[in-house]
Design a protein around this ligand. Sequence first.
Ligand code: BEZ
Ligand code: FE
Length: 280
Amino acid sequence: MRNLNHETITEAVLERQDKTADPRLKQIMTSLVRHLHDFAREVQLTEDEWFKGIEFLTRCGDITDGKRQEFILLSDVLGLSMLTVAMNNDKPAQCTEATVFGPFHVQGAPDYELGADISNGARGIPCLVRGTVRDANGAPVPHARMDVWQSDEDGRYDVQYTDIDHAQARGVLHADADGRYHFRSILAVPYAIPDDGPVGDLLEATGRHPWRPAHLHFMIEAPGYETLITHVFRSDDPYLDSDAVFGVRQSLIAEWKAQPDGSYLVEYDFVLNPVAARMP
Ligand code: BEZ
Ligand code: FE
């Protein structure tokens, strides 16, 4: 196998990995090599550009640590995360849609009683959040576990502060026997995804902003139902049509209603998909 050229090298690589034992890995690697090579041929990639790409990925690796995941951020801004969510979460129309997980979830957030204030010192305008967790027939899903997280009024999550070592504006609650939930937190605001690294440079170079529309994150689990990872978005947000990570779904938009005392109220009803009802 010598004197390979820009046409024959693709088949040579595929032949070389032909003995891949795992059929799924073989399918993925075959497609990846084909698409990568076709991409390079299509744009007639120069050696300088190839090296710039390597430098970019190296910077993504250098800035990644336990608290910062630049590769997930890259996947998010390229729409790959949302594409993967969309392909793997086809549900009946009545069910609440899924969206991106994002990098700011923390395992082991504190448990709260229904009605508690989960802000725990995070700065922001007080907000009451309430609604129900039901199945597609409208029957309550009792005692669903609801893991909730959000940013503060400066658009930052607790884990983004070096001087905060306890959970703020995140927590785990359980809906009641009738599927009802309510808790206090703070008003969700739009925020910029971390843009001080290579992904931020990419956004700037491609004429894009780093903003996400205001949202609350939810991960909802109940026996017999698919885990739902989603957001609820604020209907009056200016970034709903240009979310930096393409996560907005019309069905996930709710109105945050200003209350006479200056606080806010948002109500949202979640509909879970039974495990057996997964579409093919
Ligand atoms: C988030 O909503 O927390 C998020 C999602 C994707 C990238 C950055 C942040
Ligand atoms: Fe978020």
